[in-house]
Structures are given as C-alpha cells and as structure tokens.
Design a protein around this ligand. Structure first.
Ligand SMILES: [Zn+2]
Length: 395
C-alpha cells in the first residue's frame, strides 16, 4: 500500500520516513489552512501571512504525528517489541512493528502511549497559545498554536475509537485478551469492531457526499475503506505470525534448489527461469559452493540487447542477514524477513552453505494446510479452549 519512501532522519534509533503521498497531504493541508481555516478565524491579515501560518501549521502537524508514533515505538521498545521505524503517509503515521506484543499489558501500554502523547501535546500547545495571547503576542503565532492544540486533541480522540488496528482497537484487544486469556478471539473481535467502524465512516461519507460536501464525503469514504482493509490485513498478519511461530524453516523449504553457474549468460538464465515456480531469487554458484544470489527483478531492468553479453555472475549479490535464514529458524522470522526485504525467496543457509530455498509460496502452502487442519479440529468438537471460543465470536 505504501509506495516510494524517503528517509528523513533517525530519532532515538528509529528511522523516520515519508511516503510520497505524505507530500501531497502536506501541500493540501497547507493550502486548506492558508486559504480556508486561518482567514475564517483571523480575518484582515495579508495572504503572505496566511501562507506562512499554513506552512507552520502543516509543519506542526508533522511534528505532532512523529511525536505520537515515536511514543508508541519508545514504549514498545521498552517492553521488547521491535520496530522498523516510523512512516508518514496519506492517512497520517504508522509505527511499523516487526513483531506483535506478546502480552496484553505490553499491547495496552504501547497502544495507550500514542493518544496520551497527543493529549499531552494538545495541553502544551493550548498553554503556549494562552500564555502568548496574554502576553499580547502576535495573533499569527497564537493562531497556529491554537490550531495545533485542537488538532492534537482530535488526533488523540479519533485514535481512541475502539476500531482495531487504531490505538483504541488495540486497547480493546488488550482488555479482551487479558480477560479471556485468548489472544485469537480478542483480535478477532477487535478487528470486527474495526471493520464495523470502517463501514460507519463509509456510510457517513456517502451521506455527507449526498448532502453536498463532496471533498469531505470522499475523504471519509477513503478513510473508512482503509480502516476496513487495515483491520482485515492486521488480523490475517496476526494469524500468519501465530501459525508460523514454532515451525522450523527446514520443514517448508525446497532442499534441492537449482543453482545457477556465475558464467551463465543472462539470456539463458532468463529463458530457463523467467516462468519458474521457485520465485524470483536464485542461488548462484557451483555444486556445493554458493557465491550469492541473483534477483530476477533486478535483471529484468537490464536492456534486452545486453542479455547475451552479460553474465549472471556480474549481477550476483552477496548473501546478507536480510536475504538468508537458518534451517532451524522460526518460520515467523522468515515472514518478517520477506516483508522487510520484499524478495520472494530466502536462502536457507548454515555455516555459509546453502541447504535450501524458502519461497513465499512455501510459507503460503504451509499456512493453508495449517488453517485447514485447525478448522477441521474446531468442527470436530473443540480441541482446547481457544478454538471453542473462536466460533462464538464469528457471529
Ligand atoms: Zn497511534
């Protein structure tokens, strides 16, 4: 869903990135502040002043979102949850976790930190605006600060709606998880709330569109659709992580991957492997020895006229921690690596030797079998508490 990102800076060890869509939103917000909100509340200022206020307001929004997401990431790290970093995009910010919380308490603290941070900022901006206003300082500064106070208040309240994966939904999930001691059913219910809230926003959006508020209406429809999508995707991701935890990579890998000799011309490689079912990454080397990997997608960018003259060896990348995994590693870790590296295959290596290749399809096949097996067990009359409860919540 997120396209090209730019790394802005690193703060407390977390990389802060912006998706290209954030730039569009930042420009739209600057414009709507400069041309709409500020002239309405503070008339009789010059256009240049409104634009300066608009830029300051958009920058304040940026700081507020980073502060909110950073508080999730800092509290999470304190309790051992790993974060990739923070990304700003069209619907705000995301603190990207590589692993979920493993206790309801951690989930609660981590989720609550965001809205709390926003309320704290709202208070600070409000005090600053009130203080400066008393001191008789320029209305421009006071105007921007008041806007930021409101904005953070709204940000905190909106995120508290119990619609998973919004913060409030995560708080709901942690409470259910704590009470029932069943994380699957807790996540299922919380994501059903997310789905329902998404529909509610879509309904409100359609209503407001019909009532004549076209831009606002479309915006709410989009946010509603996104929350529905995110609720389902987060639940699927959670189930996948859970089913893959404790399963060894060796059980799913292909132990006899094709090895490509480095002197193979690119043209021959493409002919043989373009439609291969082994994914898009292949080990390069002779017999037992492996030089590295070659990524089909990287080769596709090479002009066809050069396919005969160049060899696979020229495009071979060394194996890194992000492209290889050990045979006795957890498959849940493999899933994280796939999401991080965006490759479709990982090399399974031990002491520098490739023992197999694991593709995303291998994981998928395993997940399908496991899911089918679990649902048969459920129908068969309940193996254990958690599976029995899963059905109750289906309705
Ligand atoms: Zn949040």
């Amino acid at each position: 869903m997120i396209g090209r990102r730019f790394t802005l800076f690193t703060l407390f060890g977390f990389r802060v990135q912006a998706d290209a869509s954030w730039l569009i939103i930042a420009a739209l917000i600057t414009w709507s502040l400069a041309a709409g909100l500020f002239p309405l509340f503070y008339p009789d200022l010059t256009p240049v002043t409104y634009w300066a206020m608009g830029v300051a307001g958009a920058f304040g929004l940026f700081v507020s979102i980073v502060f909110h997401e950073m508080s999730h990431a800092l509290v999470g790290r304190r309790y051992g949850v790993q974060f990739e970093g923070i990304t700003l995009w069209i619907f705000g910010g995301i603190a990207e976790m590589t692993r979920d919380a493993d206790k309801p308490r951690t989930e609660f603290l981590m989720a609550a930190a965001g809205p709390l941070a926003s309320f704290l900022l709202a208070g600070l901006f409000y005090l600053a605006a009130a203080g400066l206003s008393l001191a008789g300082l320029a209305i421009t500064v006071v105007g921007v600060l008041s806007y930021l106070a409101w904005l953070n208040l709204i940000l905190g309240v909106f995120n508290l709606v119990p619609a998973y994966p919004l913060d409030g939904g995560r708080i709901l999930r942690s409470a259910l998880w704590y009470r029932r001691d069943d994380v699957v059913s807790a996540t299922r219910i919380a994501s059903a709330f997310g789905n329902g809230f998404g529909w509610l926003l879509i309904g409100l959006g359609i209503f407001s569109f019909i009532a004549g508020n076209f831009v606002g209406g479309i915006w709410w429809i989009l946010i509603g659709a996104f929350i529905r999508f995110a609720a389902k995707a987060s639940f699927r991701q959670f189930l996948a992580q859970r089913l893959l935890t404790g399963a060894e990579v060796r059980k799913m890998m292909n132990p006899n991957p094709s090895r490509i000799a480095p002197e193979t011309p690119v043209s021959r490689f493409m002919e043989q492997y373009l439609y291969s079912r082994d994914g898009n990454v292949f080990p390069v080397g002779h017999d037992g020895h492996i030089d590295g990997i070659v990524d089909m997608d990287a080769l596709k960018r090479l002009p066809r006229s050069q396919w005969d003259r160049r060899t696979v060896g020229e495009f071979t990348r060394q194996l890194t921690e992000d492209t290889s995994i050990a045979p006795d590693d957890d498959a849940a870790r493999a899933l994280q690596l796939f999401q991080k590296s965006r490759l479709s295959s990982l090399m399974v290596t031990r002491n520098g030797h490739v023992e197999g290749v694991l593709s995303i399809d291998d994981l998928e096949r395993y997940l399908q079998k496991k899911t089918a097996l679990e649902s048969t067990e459920r129908r068969g009359g309940g193996f254990g508490r958690s599976s029995g409860r899963m059905d109750e919540t289906r309705a």
